[in-house]
Design a protein around this ligand. Sequence first.
Ligand SMILES: Cc1ncc(COP(=O)(O)O)c(C=O)c1O
Length: 425
Amino acid sequence: MNIETIAVSGGLNPKDSQNAISPPIYQTTAFEFESIEHVSNLFDLKEEGHIYTRISNPTTSILETRLNELEGGVGALCVSSGQSASLISILNIANQGDEIIASSSIYGGTFNLFKVTLKKYGINTILCNSNDANEYEKLITNKTKCIFVESITNPQVSICDIENIAKVAHKHNIPLIIDNTIATPYLLRPFDFGADIVVYSTTKYISGNGNAMGGAIIDSGNFDWTKNKEKFAQLIEPDESYHGVSYVESFKKAAYIVKARVQLLRDLGCTMSPFNAYLTLIGLETLHLRMQRHCENALKVATYLKNNKNIAWVKYPMLETDENYNLAQKYTPKGASSIVSFGIKGGFKQGIKFVESLTLPFHVTNIGDTKTIVTYPSVSTHKQLSQENKIKCGIGDDFIRLSVGIENIDDIISDLDNALNIAIK
Ligand SMILES: Cc1ncc(COP(=O)(O)O)c(C=O)c1O
């Protein structure tokens, strides 16, 4: 099936639920066992089935199957937020004393999680300030567990050179994890370019309506954990917290994603609620239509800003003048999603005036909603970062981020125009 068809009905089998063709919400905490043998088999992971919603739930399973089909993986795990998806994707392979390599232009929340919080628990993040695979290679040591990057970065809107970074990662027997939140599988499927694991904040475009927090991890099943038995021992050696199971031995290609669920989701408890899984499924049905309109509107907004004398710079990879244009033609030929970042002439004072003069966009810290959103990163998403880290993330005082929605484009542009005229008199 093609992406559009999977987005509408993937994972849904009406026979499983009274022939209902809208996904039912299984609002239950626990599932009754049929017998002692049944419960034993479930706990021994010999039989598939639901035990307790912290670990799995039928509504969430439909979403997991749909996301897995959209990406072409061996399995998916939904969690309570994008943050918990990123956290689990790392904790599933990294321990105290290990290192991970991450792009320095990852989302501010992920930056803090990796650089500050994970550090307290002994996992060190080495930042790469380049999109050049050779620069990533220089940072790999025998402690490196993975490379983590965003396919389209937030809020810098640059496009990651997935194929070449994957080659470098595989040369050193480490997996490449991609946060594909901004691209979505409609614009880019990272596994097609050699990535091993994909993570999402489903809170954004996947659910699309700005009403359901969620995250997901999808495993390509392509990474061979046994090539470096010492480094990835936690997937190969018996797990003392799960009566000695070896994930690789028992689940072969699905080892990573099974471990993420039965060990880490079980222990951390950052579960997606069945109701949020339902909302996300309903949102996914229109993913392709929304993404088309987001891309169309974003390019028109970027072109308008590019030609406006009051704008110092604009970043949108589909602009022919953008430094990421060639990468966008390779990785996201259908469009580069909804984020347009730009700098207003005059800096902070004019930036504040501009944001406060807008009437159509919602002033919030979110992206990927149907509604147009404006965010001022230096006073919001990136405010917690030190000045040094703000500079590392490329966030200056003039930096404004738009997530262009699916409204009428003339209305969006006329509101931007009006606010710019007020801000710069
Ligand atoms: C690219 C990206 N990844 C992850 C996250 C975190 O997702 P959540 O807010 O669902 O925890 C965000 C949030 O803005 C994001 O933009």
